[in-house]
Design a protein around this ligand. Sequence first.
Ligand code: NAD
Length: 257
Amino acid sequence: MRLKDKVALITGAASGIGREAAKLFSKEGASIVVVDLSDAAGAETVAEIEAAGGKAVYVHADVSKAADAENMVRVAEETFGALHILFNNAGISHINDDDAISTEEDVWDLTFAINVRGVFLGCKYGIPALRRAGGGSIINTASFVAVLGAATPQLAYTSSKGAVLSMTRELAAIHARENIRVNALCPGPLRTELLMKYLNTEERRQRRLVHIPMGRFGEAKEIAQSALFLASDESSFTTGATFLVDGGITSAYTTPL
Ligand code: NAD
């Protein structure tokens, strides 16, 4: 087992990448703190883990709120005795996020509150817990849009993921000698709710697919596998990485016909 006796806190674990990671980390021996806003779906993640023989607890938290972030870390330590893996994965992509002219300030502010302040607060309260555990691994979910621009704009989202990437590098540098590794996981376009509600016509989906050398959307399970590598000691010399898992989209100038 690759995460035997570890405790992992995963935000956004009621759905998509977070839920798949919660189930996979549990199979690999970790106890899981399932964090989300969506209580019924969060409880389902816990039920699936427990049905498979694993240990998990659900914590309702809005990652953009300091008191909630502090509480989720407290619950992790109180329930399972320590925290070793912090997966700051919760994020939103707002339906009205567009270009600079059309995007309203409230859309910008909400996107940054969750996608950027949420990661910051996770680290603010999580890093002291990792120190108490003697070290650990932080994984921050950014995106391939942190390194590539798109003419189908989501300006607030793209900018927020750029911030996650640069925050990750600096945290990695600050904490490298404390046995705390910090990496940015950058998924390509995935077939999850978050993207499909935005690419909601065949034309929009094809417009994105044409840029992916593999010619398909990724699956949340495939991202969870990469998160497992970053969470485990197998990535012991990996910190500050821009870990792109994207079907080749950031490597390609043209794709096969
Ligand atoms: P998803 O919508 O399936 O899951 C996101 C989860 O986060 C949901 O359960 C939601 O309730 C939760 N959440 C939202 N706001 C929250 C808050 N304030 N506090 C706590 N939980 C909150 O999305 P996903 O595709 O699994 O995305 C997970 C991460 O991956 C996000 O950071 C997203 O930006 C990133 N990502 C997704 C894609 C993609 O194509 N789907 C690509 C690159 C990066």
